[in-house]
Design a protein around this ligand. Structure first.
Ligand code: SF4
Length: 201
């Protein structure tokens, strides 16, 4: 199965139209256990888009992406380079409904949900896509492998945007040390590089 989002997007719908369709979606079994479809949030004209794996419990309850503990850390990571999560970024996930028990979404679930993400990218037209964690990296670019080996370099995409993969903030919560060489320290380096390129756009 081809997992990566290879089709060059074309904005055939507005973001609100895509959201409306997604909010009623029952295309995959994740619809059965959800409280809310977590579509995405942020500036629809942002040059910078963060894409994560899928909603957790707090996200499912609120309908908003990255608002639990990991999300709060992501907000701090964004703010650490002087960017505003709400004004400078758009944030979404590969799957819009919470996998039970926070398991990793299956390839089929990611493939079923991919048209929504593709349309989001087409509408927003970000110049930089930050792939938050290994599942997002696999779901968007079809690249499997540890983030530790892939982070820190720019990746080509079919979306007229360059991408970088970073550690998922939930991983950073479990690895809280921030001295030189740790995942947290490396993420700070990655965000500085992302901001450096962002400032040239
Ligand atoms: S995860 Fe995506 S494809 Fe599955 S039901 Fe939710 S919106 Fe639809």
């Amino acid at each position: 199965m081809q997992l990566s989002l290879q089709t060059p997007p074309s904005p055939i719908k507005t973001l609100d139209q895509v959201r409306e369709v997604a909010l009623g979606c029952v295309k995959c079994p994740l619809s059965q256990g959800r409280t809310n479809v977590v579509f995405g949030m942020g500036n629809p004209h942002a040059k910078l888009m963060f894409i994560g794996e899928g909603p957790g419990q707090t996200e499912d309850e609120t309908g908003l992406p990255f608002v639990g503990r990991a999300g709060q850390l992501l907000t701090k990571i964004i703010e650490s380079v002087g960017l505003s999560r709400d004004n400078d970024c758009y944030i979404a996930n590969v799957v819009k409904c919470r996998p039970p028990g926070n398991r990793v979404p299956t390839d089929i679930e990611m493939a079923e949900c991919s048209p929504y993400l593709l349309e989001q990218i087409a509408c927003i037209q970000p110049k930089i896509i930050v792939l938050v964690g290994g599942t997002a990296l696999k779901g968007v670019l079809g690249i499997s492998g540890p983030i530790s080996k892939i982070r820190g370099r720019w990746l080509e995409t079919p979306f007229n945007a360059q991408a970088m993969a970073i550690f998922h903030p939930s991983y950073l919560l479990r690895n809280a040390a921030s001295v030189e060489g740790t995942p947290k320290w490396l993420t700070w380096l990655d965000m500085q590089e992302i901001k450096r390129v962002y400032d040239t756009l």
